[in-house]
Design a protein around this ligand. Structure first.
Ligand code: GLP
Length: 262
């Protein structure tokens, strides 16, 4: 795991977009795992700019989103399918048939979980998984006590998560669906590389626990410590409770891999 800290949210989003764009340019048929949430909005906006200004080509990419609310039809503006169409898919040259979001309206959620896992397998697995983190430590919607080996399935959301996402539902946590389909922690860990991004002081405590604390199913993001190719990208505020900061900065300044990004 490598932790990279940038001075503000804009610089963090810029670097995240550069990492993603580099992988798309190296492998045009990249399989991207995608995340939703406020953290991702600027990253997608920069990728759209790169598509228009620097010929970043999505035409051969496949994408798999982490999660979707159960009970929201795709056309609902709060569905993650709507979010993705709006922020990325409709603004770049991706083939919409190659974009995948779990079906939150599936009559049989167990079958939907299996179908999603098989679709990921069919294209050879995820090359790069983009992640945010919730204040409960969730990645995707893997709330506390999600098995570290879990696969795509339905999951109950915690009151804290519904509160955190209430802003998009007119401020009322009761309007946030209580369940979601989500890739499992085990599914996420199978991605060949992972990029987690967190911004702002509200994420500082959970980021420190996930990165420097023990691996525990109480904090799904702590399972990322098991992954051999995982970058954690933070702004100053989200990094403010990390104990090992000096070493992380030294690595970023000295690793040859990061030379072109410094
Ligand atoms: C949401 C999503 C996560 C996301 C997280 C953080 O509930 N399920 O995938 O990473 O919460 O969201 P935000 O970036 O808005 O803080």
């Amino acid at each position: 795991m490598e932790v990279i800290v940038r001075s503000n949210a804009e610089q963090t989003a810029q670097l995240a977009a550069l990492f993603i764009a580099k992988q798309i340019r190296q492998k045009p048929n990249l399989v991207l795992g995608l995340a939703t949430g406020r953290t991702m909005e600027r990253i997608y906006a920069i990728l759209v700019q790169m598509h228009h200004n620097d010929d970043l080509d999505f035409s051969k990419c496949h994408t798999f989103n982490l999660d979707e609310y159960i009970g929201l039809p795709t056309e609902d503006h709060n569905s993650y399918r709507s979010y993705m169409n709006h922020h990325l898919f409709k603004q770049v040259n991706i083939d919409i048939n190659n974009t995948h979001v779990p079906n939150g309206m599936a009559a049989d959620v167990t079958h939907e979980g299996k179908r999603y896992e098989e679709a990921i397998k069919k294209v050879g697995g995820i090359d790069l998984q983009l992640l945010g983190i919730g204040e409960t430590g969730h990645i995707g919607f893997n709330e506390p006590l999600s098995s570290l080996m879990s696969r795509t399935r339905d999951k109950s959301l915690t009151p804290k998560t519904r509160q955190q996402n209430a802003e998009m539902f007119g401020g009322d946590p009761n309007k946030v669906p209580s369940r979601a389909m989500t890739m499992g922690v085990g599914t996420i860990l199978e991605a060949r590389s992972i990029l987690m991004v967190a911004l702002g002081s509200s994420k500082a405590a959970i980021v420190a626990k996930a990165v420097e604390g023990p691996i525990t199913s109480m904090i799904s993001a702590s399972a990322l410590q098991l992954h051999s190719s995982c970058k954690i990208l933070l702004d100053e505020d989200a990094a403010s409770e990390l104990a090992g900061r000096e070493y992380y900065d030294w690595v970023f300044q000295n690793e040859p891999e990061y030379e072109s990004y410094r």
